[in-house]
Design a protein around this ligand. Sequence first.
Ligand SMILES: *Cc1c(COP(=O)(O)O)cnc(C)c1O
Length: 373
Amino acid sequence: MPRPIHAIIHQDALRHNLSVVRKTCPNSQVFAVVKANAYGHGIERAYAGLSAADGFALLDIAEAIRVRALGWTGPILLLEGIFSPQDLYDCANYQLSFSIHSQHQLDWVLQFNAPAQFDVYLKMNSGMNRLGFKPAEYPAIWKQLKALDHVASITHMMHFSDADADRLGKNGIDEQLSCFNQTVADLPGRRSLSNSAAILRHHDQVQSDAIRAGILLYGSSPDFPTHDLAHWDLKPSMSLVSELIAIQDLQMDETVGYGSNFTATEPMRIGIVACGYADGYQRISPTGTPVLVNGIRTQTIGRVSMDMLAVDLTPISDAEIGSEVVLWGQSSSGTVLPIDEVAASSGTVGYELMCGVTQRVNVVIQACSTTNL
Ligand SMILES: *Cc1c(COP(=O)(O)O)cnc(C)c1O
């Protein structure tokens, strides 16, 4: 029997979360962001849950080719654009749209002289200062692109830095949005602005013809802890599940694990779980990180080691060897442990936990139930 830890990909949850995006932004083209191998889910495993999207957005041409291999004939957008002039031939071959965020990419497109019809996303740096052209230079660059025969369409694109929270007491998107709106005021073309946080929090304010939905599809709230996933009606699309492989009865003053950094203050029962940092569970997670045993909420205790961690069995009187342990996601009884709570406990975000599940963890697909079609 394989070691009992496994990740479950809930295709129904992906499908449900996508329907939340549709309801929230009924008039937008929805790109499902599947970069980082679909946020750690596996592009091929996530695909059935996301195939009702209007397009897929990702970073690598290799990932784009995997999406094409699944039979997807619709739009695919390379969010960071091309990394070499040769990439343009792949974009032509596989019909990939791409962003243009810097002068060197613009030069490659200007110099390209083979037959092609590119849909490009011209990225503006409206204040985040990672990628994009400054507003002052943006209209002139747009005109240069517009003049090219091999550019079929130009979508105006930008990315919000603070769509998930207020900034200095103000709505986090106001400044970037007004900068963007002023810059494109006289330029025709579609717009692509919103990520998950902007989709959920600012859909009334932001006109985005193409939206780029990432983390919310995977059942993590982009503005946790202000709002949790239940508030946004989202469901976890990944569960990390294992089992108890040992049980210890501790006397008062006995300690647990490396560094003996947990000491029992009274007699207690603890469980040892087949899950450690080599599976992608953060070693930094302190005593008190939430976990479900038999669907009942309890907490980790002591230091996370490479292959194991310990949990407090006080609230779970019927726990035994083989009892189900949910590190995040959904238990078989239906209880949810949001990945955001586990992430917050170790000072990170759900994105990082999802992307960090390691190779040695078996992945199981829970297929879409056809009744939901
Ligand atoms: C990753 C990414 C997104 C999706 O962000 P989420 O917060 O996961 O919704 C959208 N746009 C761009 C440019 C990105 O790189």
